[in-house]
Design a protein around this ligand. Structure first.
Ligand SMILES: NC(=O)c1ccc[n+]([C@@H]2O[C@H](COP(=O)([O-])OP(=O)(O)OC[C@H]3O[C@@H](n4cnc5c(N)ncnc54)[C@H](OP(=O)(O)O)[C@@H]3O)[C@@H](O)[C@H]2O)c1
Length: 304
């Protein structure tokens, strides 16, 4: 039997929240009165982050361990939410990995300007300082795509119990926008919501990993810039649309947070964490009847 507090308070889970955009998303959601479970794969980093937020007066922030690549860890989180709240109102799938091994000094020496990063002009420049290996790509896909799917699947029964329709926010990237994929057929199929399914999207992911192993990325028209990361986010966007179709009572969207100064881009980003978390927070707090199955560039609806 739920007590009154349990039934009226809104609760959220944010993944990868010990630092960066995830940490700031927890701070902003907590400040707006939501009870937030800050999750992190590393207990020390996670509990330190929670302490920082408690220091800011946000006693409504809890910590729970979560490694999105680990099914047992995911199940332990689901059990915790079940016991603690009996439902979940907001899930922000924020944890992410870049999929490359970087020579950071070499990257800094290139002194690439933000515009060249964003437009794709820097693609050839960075090839010498960024390597995609089979392992780095797998870690990226397992975190940014399969990690999101596994966390979401485990929490869906709790999200379905949210009284006013749950919100799911998948933190994506402009790297996943369809126009950036050189292969026209992949672009077309990924953009066709009618015929999209989870199985079909998984198939694209496995095809990408196969092409990577066989040194056939370029010839098969995958992005040259951050290939694994770009694929993981394009597939995450497609998955978001399929999920939104399956769960029409929820608002399920994906968002590019902006080009934000964090570890994941080796601090090449230009926006502050406050700016970077705005999209996620807005989508987490969408009022009833809001859009679902959409892609947002920060706080504005954009083309997939
Ligand atoms: N910064 C940007 O300009 C930008 C642009 C587009 C999209 N994004 C997206 O924004 C999201 C947040 O990134 P950020 O910029 O804030 O980078 P960040 O500061 O590097 O944060 C990434 C977070 O993900 C966590 N993480 C990685 N693998 C994990 C796993 N297996 N299980 C649980 N947590 C894991 C990291 O934990 P550890 O500390 O333990 O490594 C960290 O907390 C990512 O999805 C990223 O792709 C960022």
């Amino acid at each position: 039997m739920m007590n009154n507090k349990q039934s009226t308070e809104r609760c959220a889970v944010v993944t990868g929240a010990n630092k960066g955009i995830g940490f700031e998303t927890v701070r902003q959601l907590g400040a707006s009165g939501v009870t937030v479970v800050l999750t992190a794969r590393n207990e020390k980093r996670g509990t330190e982050a929670r302490s920082l937020l408690h220091g800011l007066g946000l006693s409504n922030v809890l910590y729970h361990q979560l490694d999105v690549q680990d099914l047992q860890s995911i199940q332990a989180l689901a059990n915790f939410i079940q016991t603690q709240f009996g439902k979940l109102d907001i899930l922000v799938n924020n944890a992410g990995a870049s999929g490359v091994i970087v020579d950071e000094d070499g990257l800094r020496a290139l002194n690439i300007d933000p515009q060249s990063w964003l437009s794709g002009k820097a693609t050839n420049l960075v090839q010498g300082v960024m390597k995609t290996t089979n392992d780095s790509a797998k870690e990226c896909i397992d975190t940014n795509y399969y990690g999101v799917k596994n966390v979401t699947r485990a929490l869906l029964p709790l999200l379905e119990r949210s009284p006013s329709g749950a919100r799911i926010v998948n933190v994506s990237s402009l790297r996943g926008e369809l126009w950036r994929i050189p292969n026209k057929q992949i672009r077309k199929e990924l953009g066709d919501l009618q015929s999209l399914s989870e199985e079909k999207i998984d198939g694209f992911v496995e095809k990408f990993l196969h092409d990577l192993r066989n040194h056939e990325l370029e010839v098969n028209g995958w992005s040259k810039m951050l290939p694994a990361y770009s694929v993981s986010k394009a597939m995450l966007n497609a998955y978001t649309r399929v999920l939104a179709k399956t769960y029409p009572k929820m608002c399920i969207n994906c968002v590019h947070p902006g080009y934000v100064n964090t570890d994941i881009n080796w601090h090449t980003g230009t926006m502050t964490l406050e700016e970077g978390a705005q999209g996620s927070v807005m989508l987490a707090l969408l009022p009833e009847g809001s859009p679902s199955g959409c892609y947002f560039d920060r706080t504005q609806v954009a083309e997939f």
